[in-house]
Design a protein around this ligand. Structure first.
Ligand SMILES: *[C@@H]1O[C@H](CO)[C@@H](O)[C@H](O)[C@H]1NC(C)=O
Ligand SMILES: *[C@@H]1O[C@H](CO)[C@@H](O)[C@H](O)[C@H]1NC(C)=O
Ligand SMILES: *[C@@H]1O[C@H](CO)[C@@H](O)[C@H](O)[C@H]1NC(C)=O
Ligand SMILES: *[C@@H]1O[C@H](CO)[C@@H](O)[C@H](O)[C@H]1NC(C)=O
Ligand SMILES: *[C@@H]1O[C@H](CO)[C@@H](O)[C@H](O)[C@H]1NC(C)=O
Ligand SMILES: CC(=O)N[C@H]1CO[C@H](CO)[C@@H](O)[C@@H]1O
Length: 619
């Protein structure tokens, strides 16, 4: 009897251990470790510890759509790299870092009234197996930490089929972007707040603008308890009334304002005398209000009749960014803003309206009908409420549209994009990580001939990029920037056609375009025909060589950003020539360039101190 028990219990522990090791993505009961690492005295509690089960949604990544390297999907499961540091393909990497992208002409104009507290640039949403009341969260950052600035928890279970009536997001932690002294790995476990619902959907928001290079995240661990009462055993900050998040305040502001309006309409609570304030010129008060964020504007509208009138003036809403309030923006908010937005020209709804918050009826049938006609710029990145019908309405209603950002709208049906060709005034079109297909794109290029900025990065449904390049060349004579990052099959033929038609090109991102070969002379041809080139990314085409660099040095004096990561064939001598000729150069990425070692990078940096020369390490 005794040996059998021993064998059984050993078997049990081996199973537990294996589950933990292989990260079967289920929960890992590990109370002893939790107690040890957190120095809590919880002899009887069993804390649940889980790795990410699935990646639900994200705004960008460095990797491609059909492999694992550098993709957000690497956040699922056990760590692959931690506690090592360095540049490893098995981690999750966002598409941007630093201020390099903001500096480009293709960057969007910033929106006014962005609240001071909102810094988020990118996000990733992570699903865990079991809903818990979170007690702590560990983020394993393995290269250039410091970008995570916000952690949120959602009340919705991503694995349940039905949508609840209300989807709540609660902020667990927020902070400022950090500039770390070293790029070394760290485990980041900020002090999170208690929430009063169990969650298995966690969202990380990042701002990489202070980083020296791409941030790499390896894994995320969610610790929590299944019973709310157990939270009392933990020392965690509570969310109290004095610590309402912006979005809560905003919702309250809407409510209060609606009530106030009802009172006003029925003649209650009407102030008529504001003293000298009433005598200020209308324009002056408008100018003052210009500095307020949207929730403050809503709050101010409650104070008196005069300010109510000012706060509702459509001139205050010529441009409106709702992205900072993505967690609360819904049909009701849009309905509420509708009467004020009759003159709106720029709307930023990116990240908003998901999981039923905004409906087709709310956005297309009601809001756009009243507010669509003057729109010049529409930012709709990661708006998964969009479907084909919605794009059809946009194409009908927003005839003045010049800028459209559909970045990471990866659930839109390939055919939906054909409607965009009706927007013939488009100048900036961002289709990064969408499923736009060839025919729709050809039709857009055919009709929208004034395009200045076109982003087709990671558009995996486009089959023949040479044909696209030839159409761009024929139709988009004013094109200044083109991003075809990770395009499948452009060849030298496409490049030669492209540069023959688009002489104004200043920015060209050919990163990870694996079918281009330097030996065909395409990069030399490009350098000779694009004298205005400022940004050129030929990331990870291993064939870029000294001749290419020398031609860039000789022909492209305005070059500012150059990325040649991953070539063995570029020598220090040609780089030196480039650095001497291109006086405006700011960014030069020579990571994984085997002829350029760290000592050489240091030497060049001393000699050309204005240039940020990047070389990542893999240990
Ligand atoms: C949308 O608005 C947010 C906050 O105002 C801002 O950070 C973001 O850059 C805007 N998007 C674009 C494309 O301008
Ligand atoms: C990212 O953080 C930097 C530094 O705090 C800030 O200047 C920038 O506006 C932030 N970016 C966004 C998109 O909010
Ligand atoms: C598209 O919108 C997202 C969200 O605001 C923003 O971060 C991104 O920079 C925009 N993309 C471009 C290329 O403008
Ligand atoms: C788009 O969504 C709306 C509302 O959910 C639906 O009625 C409509 O049929 C959808 N359109 C397409 C083309 O799927
Ligand atoms: C690219 O793909 C298309 C369709 O699959 C094909 O017709 C074309 O020949 C390909 N081009 C190259 C250069 O492989
Ligand atoms: C990293 C990468 O995809 N490099 C490609 C560059 O081009 C050559 C020649 O076509 C390919 O063989 C490489 O795979």
């Amino acid at each position: 009897m005794f040996p059998l028990l021993t064998v059984l219990s050993m078997f049990y522990y081996i199973c537990l251990w294996r589950r933990a090791r292989t990260g079967t993505r289920g929960q890992i009961m590990n109370s002893r470790q939790a107690i040890e690492s957190n120095q809590r005295t919880l002899p009887l509690t069993v804390e649940v510890e889980q790795y990410v089960k699935e990646i639900v949604d994200f705004s960008s990544h460095y990797g491609s759509e059909n492999s694992m390297s550098y993709t957000m999907w690497n956040l699922a499961g056990m760590p692959n790299v931690y506690p090592s540091s360095g540049d490893f393909t098995q981690t999750a990497v966002f598409r941007m870092y630093g201020k390099w992208w903001e500096q480009c002409a293709s960057a969007p104009q910033p929106f006014r009234r962005t609240p001071d507290r909102f810094h988020s640039q990118d996000y990733v949403e992570l699903a865990f197996e079991d809903p818990v009341y979170p007690t702590s969260i560990d983020i394993l950052e393995t290269y250039h930490p410091g970008a995570v600035i916000r952690i949120l928890a959602c009340s919705l279970n991503p694995f349940s089929q039905s949508l609840p009536a209300e989807v709540r997001w609660e902020e667990l932690w927020s902070g400022e972007p950090l500039k770390m002294v070293t790029p070394q790995a760290r485990q980041f476990s900020p002090c999170i707040k208690q929430i009063n619902f169990p969650t298995n959907l966690i969202r990380l928001e990042v701002n990489s603008s202070l980083l020296e290079y791409y941030a790499e995240l390896d894994a995320v661990v969610l610790h929590g308890v299944k019973e709310r009462s157990l939270l009392s055993l933990y020392k965690m900050p509570l969310i109290d009334i004095n610590d309402l998040s912006d979005s809560d305040e905003e919702k309250d502001a809407y409510e209060a304002e609606r009530l106030h309006k009802q009172c006003r309409d029925t003649g209650i609570n009407e102030h008529t005398n504001n003293g000298y304030f009433d005598k200020l010129p209308y324009e002056l008060i408008q100018l003052l209000l210009d500095h307020l964020t949207l929730p403050d504007l809503c709050r101010l509208a409650q104070t008196c009749k005069l300010l109510y009138q000012h706060c509702c003036d459509p001139l205050q809403y010529i441009q409106l960014s709702l992205q900072p309030y993505w967690a609360r923006v819904n049909d009701a908010a849009l309905d509420h803003l509708q009467s004020r937005c009759t003159l709106i020209q720029r709307l930023n709804l990116s990240w908003s309206g998901n999981r039923g918050a905004i409906t087709l009826a709310g956005f297309c049938s009601r809001f756009l009908k009243v507010c669509g006609s003057q729109l010049v710029c529409l930012e709709l990145a990661c708006c998964h409420f969009l479907n084909e019908s919605c794009l059809e309405v946009i194409a009908q209603m927003c005839l003045n549209l010049q800028e459209l950002n559909l970045s990471s709208c990866d659930r839109l049906h390939p055919q939906a994009f054909s409607h965009i060709s009706k927007l013939v005034g488009l100048r900036r079109l961002i289709l990064y990580r969408t499923k736009i297909e060839q025919t729709a794109l050809l039709s857009i290029l055919n009709f929208c001939t004034d395009l200045r900025h076109l982003n087709l990065g990671s558009c995996i449904m486009i089959e023949d990029y040479d044909m696209i390049a030839s159409m761009i060349s024929a139709k988009s004579k004013n094109l200044k920037s083109l991003d075809i990052w990770r395009c499948k099959n452009i060849t030298e033929k496409g490049i030669i056609e492209l540069v023959s038609g688009c002489r104004l090109l200043e920015e060209l991102d050919l990163g990870w375009c694996s079918t281009l070969q330097s030996s065909t002379g395409c990069f030399v041809h490009l350098a000779r025909h694009l004298p205005k080139l400022r940004k050129f990314f030929v990331t990870a085409n291993r064939t870029v060589c000294d001749t290419d660099i020398e031609e860039l040095a000789a022909n492209c004096p305005n070059l500012q950003h150059l990325d040649i990561l991953g070539t063995r064939m570029v020598s220090p001598a040609s780089l030196r020539k480039l650095l001497q000729s291109c006086k405006d150069l700011l960014l030069l990425d020579v990571s994984f360039c085997s002829q350029i070692d760290t000592r050489m990078v240091q030497e060049l940096t001393v000699q050309f101190p204005k240039v940020f020369i990047k070389k990542s390490f893999t240990q």
